[in-house]
Design a protein around this ligand. Structure first.
Ligand code: AMP
Length: 124
């Protein structure tokens, strides 16, 4: 997936679009999802230009990867989710319905989130 710097998260990073920021460090930014799917729904993105999880893990520096995950963990604690639990989701590509082509992690919590894929529960 080639990086397209006109995506929404690139515009947020460039200061061209607002976001409801929750936290950041030198390599990553966290903000509220505009269409929350749970009581807590944050989006965490690297500040570097990576189109997806595959691109990020293949090309980011160790410092970027470590710093990104440190912010994810800090945001989960800031939202007081570490005891009750939370879910991390990243969608890579079309089969996962990735809609914004800048790597991002969803941090979801604040209620029982149910099974992994709701529509596939009958397969269990
Ligand atoms: P994905 O389907 O994994 O690519 O997720 C993209 C997420 O970005 C969705 O949950 C959207 O609700 C969210 N989103 C889209 N635009 C914005 C925005 N301007 N600010 C915050 N979240 C956004």
């Amino acid at each position: 997936m080639v990086y397209d710097n006109t995506n929404i998260f690139a515009k947020i990073l460039a200061g061209e679009l607002p976001c409801n920021k929750v936290g950041e460090n030198s390599v990553a930014l966290a903000f509220h999802d505009i269409y929350p799917a749970a009581p807590v729904h944050l989006i965490i993105i690297p500040k570097g230009s990576y189109s997806s999880y595959d691109d990020f893990t293949a090309h980011a520096t160790d410092a970027e990867i470590i710093g990104f995950h440190q912010l994810v963990q800090q945001m989960a604690r800031l939202m007081k989710l570490q005891d009750e639990g939370y879910r991390l989701i990243t969608n890579h590509g079309k089969n996962a319905s990735q809609t914004v082509a800048h790597f991002h992690m969803h941090l979801l919590g604040g209620k029982n989130l149910g099974g992994l894929l709701q529509e596939d529960m009958h397969l269990r």
